[in-house]
Design a protein around this ligand. Structure first.
Ligand SMILES: [Zn+2]
Ligand SMILES: [Zn+2]
Length: 226
């Protein structure tokens, strides 16, 4: 399934952009091994794999890998800064395969938007690109329902500051088709940390856009065991 995405003959590995690709994959042998080791990393709290860990407190939340170790941070850096459409589709499809999501049960995909000035600085919004990739592969619409309206970047804040910072920071976009109500949608983001952002966005979507909202991220922060 993954193999079919890349139609042109790949030249250089999408992650290191240095070594030649391995077989039909957009990755070199070295980065493929690294990728596989990232996917098998376990939760530092419950010692379960990404598919089984329920530490996020959001039972329906699905994610592909734990964010913490060096390789996982490298991969996330790549996702945030470096990725082209094809590489994003490869990672998005891998995330669906790895988490066992039944894509046919969703009728749309929404995303947690970046701050506009931040998206401008980096040239793109990785959560929106993730949503677009899923839309492209599985034929479901991207729902541009949310916008971010100021506030500081979450990663600089403590957990309690994050919760305070988040309320009122996301708003419903009014320039979308207001007549559509979806049955069950995915809400995608890159990393799930405290879940404050995801919960706030999910609440807005449940109130206005969809009957069911399932959070889906590439990664979940792997917190140290307390
Ligand atoms: Zn490589
Ligand atoms: Zn866990």
């Amino acid at each position: 399934m993954i193999m079919k995405i890349r139609h042109i003959s790949p030249a250089l590995c999408m992650m290191c952009r240095y070594r030649a690709c391995y077989q039909e994959l957009p990755l070199c042998k070295y980065c493929l091994a690294k990728f596989q080791s990232i996917l098998t990393e376990k939760c530092r709290v419950c010692n379960k794999s990404p598919g089984e860990c329920e530490c996020s407190g959001e039972p329906s939340h699905r994610f592909m890998f734990f964010y913490g170790g060096y390789s996982s941070r490298q991969l996330m850096y790549f996702i945030k800064n470096n990725v082209d459409d094809e590489a994003m589709r490869f990672i998005a499809e891998l995330a669906v395969d790895a988490t066992g999501l039944k894509m046919s049960s969703y009728d749309g995909v929404a995303y947690v938007p970046r701050l506009p000035r931040r998206a401008r600085r980096y040239g793109y919004d990785q959560a929106m690109e993730f949503a677009k990739a899923l839309s492209h592969i599985y034929g479901i619409p991207v729902i541009h329902a949310l916008k971010r309206v100021g506030g500081r970047e979450q990663k600089l804040l403590s957990a309690s500051e994050r919760r305070k910072n988040i309320v009122g920071r996301y708003k419903l976009r009014l320039d979308r088709d207001m007549t559509v109500r979806y049955k069950k949608i995915l809400l995608v983001d890159d990393i799930y940390t405290t879940g404050a952002t995801m919960k706030e966005c999910k609440r807005i979507l449940l109130d206005n856009v969809a009957d069911a909202v399932v959070p889906f991220t590439f990664a979940k922060t792997n917190f140290a065991k307390k």
